[in-house]
Design a protein around this ligand. Structure first.
Ligand SMILES: *Cc1c(COP(=O)(O)O)cnc(C)c1O
Length: 382
């Protein structure tokens, strides 16, 4: 059997047709029909009002911060349990990240920790310029609570929906709640353009401003005039072609991932010392990655050791992220938490992500489940 990856790219079959179209029209250079069609497909699918195709999800977060005018010395609140790409752009603009702990209920940003942090900031007359919220693994955060708290303090919300394209909260797509939202089309995401991202927004002016920064901040005059420093962040027309093809199959790909999660759940949930990732009521996650949590009083090996043992069997599993407030790159940043023990640090030790690619076969999944069962049973306290 070939190696089983965590989340391999899964093409739908139409992608090459759109690439070919770009070649036929010699529309190789940035921008063109495919980019417009890909943006339209994302707007149509998510019901976002405006969309801007970019070279990566990271670029999209960077431009969201830039478009909100965030810069040197500003504070930006950010989920701590996430991939570094969520917070790196905060440093790009010269702002200081302040991290917010997760809660047990969602594994995402804890609304009460956010409330504590905002109350503290208000008292110091140092409110953050934005809150960057992540929906990790495609699991959905407590949007009503978080939106209400942000509104109370008048702080704009940026949604990092890099992993949660297609996940819903009360039937509304993640990424469309905040002032701005972002998606990623990196190689292992729910759909891929081999690399790419999208910035979505409710306001036309936000899209226009982000477009301006994404295209070197050129002023609208017949000669070259730049009043500000810009970036080269647009998605190429070739890669957008892959994106259009992928949007044709996104619904079935998400269904596959949800089926994979329910297959894992059937077998793994009844096992001693194992629980499944939490799913908040009134949400429908895209199940980008299926994850389990191990009870360290019952399972005697670490998630790192499980990952190593799975790798010996040709299976790529992955540990949960080490929270950002524990990273040397952000060591000066504070993390707000409401529990004695930091929840994200606990999740880092206890959560294991399993192969979840929409192209995984049933035979492959059975092999993954059986391999994991053996490893866990051999290492469960009797
Ligand atoms: C993948 C990812 C990003 C970054 O997206 P790129 O397209 O790889 O730049 C940002 N945030 C999260 C949570 C991600 O998983």
């Amino acid at each position: 059997m070939d190696k089983i990856y965590l989340s391999a790219p899964h093409m739908g079959g139409m992608e090459m047709d759109y690439i070919q179209k770009a070649f036929d029209k010699n529309w190789i250079a940035p921008l063109g029909e495919n980019v417009d069609m890909f943006e339209a497909a994302i707007m149509n699918y998510t019901e976002a009002d405006y969309a801007l195709a970019l070279s990566s999800g990271t670029a999209a977060i960077h431009l969201a911060l830039q478009t909100l005018g965030i810069g040197h010395g500003d504070d930006v609140f950010c989920s701590t349990l996430t991939f570094a790409a969520t917070a790196n752009p905060i440093a790009y603009v010269g702002a200081n990240p302040v991290f917010i702990d997760s809660n047990e209920k969602t594994w995402n940003m804890c609304p009460n920790a956010l409330k504590l942090a905002l109350g503290d900031a208000a008292q110091k007359d140092r409110l953050p310029k934005a809150v960057v919220l992540v929906h990790i693994l495609g699991l959905v955060a407590q949007m009503d609570e978080i939106m209400e708290i942000c509104a109370t303090y008048g702080v704009p919300l940026i949604e990092d929906a890099a992993e949660s394209l297609g996940s819903t909260y009360n039937n509304q797509m993640t990424g469309t709640f905040g002032e701005m939202g972002i998606f990623s089309f990196n190689g292992n995401k729910i759909i891929t353009t081999s690399g790419g991202g999208m910035l979505v927004s409710k306001q036309k002016e936000k899209r226009e401003k982000a477009f301006y920064y994404a295209t070197q901040a050129k002023e609208d005059v017949p000669y070259y005039l730049h009043k500000e420093v810009g970036f080269n962040y647009r998605l190429s027309n070739i890669l957008a072609g892959i994106g259009i093809g992928q949007m044709k199959v996104i619904a079935t790909h998400i269904e596959n991932r949800r089926t994979i999660f329910s297959n894992y759940k059937k077998i793994l949930a009844p096992m001693s010392g194992v629980s499944m990732m939490p799913i908040l009521e009134n949400t429908n996650p895209n199940c980008w990655l299926s994850a389990i949590r191990i009870d360290t009083t019952k399972i005697t090996i670490s998630t790192q050791e499980i990952v190593e043992k799975m790798a010996e069997k040709g299976i790529e599993a992955r540990m949960m992220w080490n929270p950002l407030h524990k990273q040397p790159s952000f060591s000066r940043s504070k993390c707000y938490q409401i529990t004695e023990q930091n929840v994200s640090e606990k999740l880092f030790k206890e959560v294991l992500c399993l192969p979840s690619g929409s192209g995984m076969t049933e035979v492959e999944q059975v092999y993954v489940i059986e391999s994991l069962q053996i490893i866990l049973e051999e290492n469960t306290r009797k």
